[in-house]
Design a protein around this ligand. Structure first.
Ligand SMILES: [Zn+2]
Length: 140
């Protein structure tokens, strides 16, 4: 598995060099090098790989996490809202939260952020962006 993570890290480093090099310096307190990766244990490599996967996905996504969160929120809330602070239970983590009106969302902010990150990480948005770009070129 170490080779799998090192290969993945190298692929991401080619894709988004600045992002990966910055994350590498923060994590290992030195410049990016394959030798440092090879000297790491598997768990540290796995954690670093997951961290930079998220960072590169965010960097290359056509939408920000906040924009995806707003889209999710729009799909969660609806109906007639009475202007009164209302408690609700997050459908994912079961924490009790407060919303500013009675049209409460399904998720708490933390779970919505995790969902937004999963959507950005799924590459669906990136593919959508590529398709839109291709379409633009066809029109021109
Ligand atoms: Zn939650």
């Amino acid at each position: 598995m170490k080779d799998y993570y090192i290969g993945g890290i190298e692929r991401l480093e080619k894709q988004a060099q600045l992002v990966v090099n910055k994350a590498f310096q923060e994590a290992f307190l030195q410049d990016y090098s394959k030798e440092v990766l090879e000297s790491c244990n598997e768990n540290r490599l796995k954690d670093f790989f997951r961290t930079i996967q998220n960072l590169v996905a965010i960097e290359t996504s056509p939408l920000t996490i906040d924009q995806v969160k707003q889209i999710l929120l729009a799909s969660e809330t609806g109906g007639v809202a009475l202007q009164a602070f209302t408690n609700y239970t997050c459908k994912r983590c079961n924490t009790v939260n407060t919303w500013h009106n009675s049209a409460v969302p399904m998720l708490c902010d933390k779970c919505r952020e995790e969902a937004a990150l999963k959507i950005i990480n799924s590459k669906v948005l990136l593919q959508l962006n590529i398709n839109v770009t291709n379409r633009k070129e066809e029109i021109i």
